[in-house]
Design a protein around this ligand. Structure first.
Ligand SMILES: Cc1ncc(COP(=O)(O)O)c(C=O)c1O
Length: 404
């Protein structure tokens, strides 16, 4: 079959998602007809302002927040930076203690590392072998000078859903602001900032069928936070710069759709996820599921295969038209295993042999069946050329019941 005839299957929705036609349609007038600056007082400006405020309501509605608590940013990374640095440096403070985890996205851990340069201290909490943070450990890590607790809602690699409600309760009992990175959670689970005791929450439109380069930070009323981008005072002074009106409109529409379709899309994705989690370890010898089988995002299946390199697997799948991702990032020519997988206690070799399959609302059972059909052959072909596999002969079904 030629490359042009190949049916392309996208299983990398944690990386990004397709903009939905409804979202694109909502955005289009704001490029071509309604292109005013929302700060202008003439009708062009008022039109843009009204669209922004409508989007703010749509995002607030998704989170059970007040519209005045939504700050638009350029995406998940900026929202995380604003939450971490903005709270830490409130009123020019240059010291204090932050609590976070070893499995956060770099958009949280790098700002924490940056703060250390100025004298802040950071505790990185460990996780269990399934990736869970223990709320008891959060409580024990709190000090008199703790100024922020940041624990992600669900992990971007293995999909583990953290006990944020309990952690938020602990934070509130001690009067400490609680931030959660919910970038991967929106559209995949119910998110309610009030019920879950959240003070700050990051989200990013492109992870739930909105456009790239736009996101939001929920900031609960009364939270003490400083802007990290100063200028013309947009977004009530918390995020200066002329608003990205088409992006904000797209985010609003994507938020509305995420809420409207949540139950239906989650049920569909969960069925497909469970099918993969059940069948991959049955079909492929020495294949294991990373993370918990059920307390994970409905769209996330994450596997580990002994004796192979994830990159080889991704390339072979790509040749069959299937887009997925692995647990190691190739940077500056060296392969760094994922910090998340290492935090679970996996060895470098184990972490390298991983595959992340992340579903979207448009994936079908037929596509999952194609993956299940081609995967065993690709893994065994890669093992034939692996220097490790010859030392340890494998039988079919070996390791099938071993889930970590
Ligand atoms: C958990 C998490 N946080 C933050 C980000 C960064 O979001 P953005 O790409 O919008 O900057 C990502 C993106 O992969 C993510 O998965």
């Amino acid at each position: 079959m030629s490359a042009s005839e190949l049916k392309r299957i996208y299983f990398d929705h944690s990386a990004t998602t397709r903009v939905l036609p409804e979202v694109e349609e909502a955005m289009r007038p704001f490029f071509l007809e309604k292109w005013g600056n929302a700060s202008s007082i003439h009708s062009f400006g008022r039109e843009a302002r009204a669209a922004i405020e409508q989007a703010r309501k749509q995002v607030a509605n998704l989170l059970n927040a007040d519209p005045a608590e939504v700050v638009f940013t350029s995406g998940g990374t900026e929202s995380d930076n604003l939450a971490v640095k903005g709270v830490a440096m409130y009123k020019g403070k240059m010291k204090g203690h932050l609590i976070t985890t070893k499995v956060e996205h770099h958009a949280v851990s790098e700002p924490c590392e940056w703060l250390k340069r100025f004298g802040f201290e950071v505790t990185y909490l460990p996780v269990s072998s399934e990736g869970f943070v223990d709320p008891g450990e959060v409580e024990r890590a709190i000090r008199n000078d703790t100024i922020l607790i940041s624990v992600m809602m669900a992990n971007n690699e293995i999909g583990t859903i953290q006990p944020v409600r309990e952690i938020g309760m602990i934070a509130h009992e001690k009067g400490i602001p609680f931030h959660t990175d919910a970038v991967q959670s929106i559209g995949k689970m119910h998110v309610d900032v009030k019920a879950e005791n959240i003070d700050l929450l990051s989200l990013s439109a492109h992870k739930f069928h909105g456009p790239k380069g736009i996101g939001a930070l929920f900031v609960k009323k009364g939270t003490k936070i400083e802007p990290i981008i100063q200028g013309g005072g947009q977004e009530r002074g918390l995020r200066s710069s002329t608003e990205n009106v088409p992006g904000i409109v797209g985010l609003g529409k994507a938020a509305e759709i995420a809420k409207r379709d949540l139950e239906h899309t989650c049920a569909r994705m969960k069925n497909l996820r469970d099918k993969m989690i059940k069948h991959v370890p049955e079909l492929v010898p020495r294949a294991y599921v990373n993370g918990n089988k059920t307390r994970r995002l409905v769209n996330n299946a994450h596997f580990r295969f002994d004796f192979i390199e994830g990159e080889g697997l991704i390339l072979q799948l790509d040749m069959k038209g299937i887009a997925a991702s692995t647990g190691s990032a190739c940077s500056t020519g060296s392969l760094e295993p994922s910090h998340v997988l290492l935090a679970l206690g996996l060895t470098h070799e184990q972490a390298h042999g991983s595959l992340r399959v992340t579903l979207g609302r448009e994936n079908t059972e037929e596509e999952v069946d194609i993956l299940l059909e081609v995967l065993p052959g690709i893994v065994s072909k890669l093992r034939e050329i692996s220097p490790f596999s010859a030392e340890r002969p494998m039988g079919p079904g070996e390791g099938a019941s071993c889930v970590q």
